[in-house]
Ligand binder design. Sequence first.
Ligand SMILES: [Zn+2]
Ligand SMILES: [Zn+2]
Ligand SMILES: [Zn+2]
Length: 213
Amino acid sequence: MRAFGTVVCVLMLLTAALSGQQRRVPAPPKLPPLSYTCVHHPDVLEDKPGVCPLCKLTLTPVRLDSSWMCPVHTAVIETNRGTCRLCQRQLVPVTVSLTWSCRADNASHLEPGLCSDGSPRIEQRALRPHGNHNPRHGGQFFMAPDNWHHIEGAYPIARTFRLYVYDDYGRPLPADKLKDVEARVTSTIDDAVEFAQNAPDPAPEEAVTDLYA
Ligand SMILES: [Zn+2]
Ligand SMILES: [Zn+2]
Ligand SMILES: [Zn+2]
């Protein structure tokens, strides 16, 4: 009976210790899944480990998440939609890579956790290549065929076409790099006819109205 009592006591102590521990360590947040990318080809993204289809290098894990960034102050990256705290511009949706680090060292981790001094690791959200596909001038935004440059074509006023060129992070290309870019704009009557022929069918509401008429 005494032995039984001791066991119960030990069990109660253990339970207390465990629940104490649970209270100290916050419940792990739901993390976005790991993706796998190539250090040389960040446009390569796989959902499982492997090698890069372009250069055969072993893919490295990244944790990608959606965030909101100021189109001007790219250091302003928030988890929720809203306006920039510096300039009040509307934040635009971007893809960031999520890491955690400690003040004591620069090592970055793919999971939150505790630092050697017991403090929690600090979450870092960094814009990743191809994470910003937002037009900046009200035009259409494309990835160039080299999978590195990005271009935006805008048609602000009649007879004026403007082409903007960006880097892999969606930053405007510096003027000295711009002279290396060759571009050709083609617009023909045939294109316009083809576009009109491939235009989508009338809106479903109209189709439904026809059906019941
Ligand atoms: Zn590669
Ligand atoms: Zn701003
Ligand atoms: Zn891109």
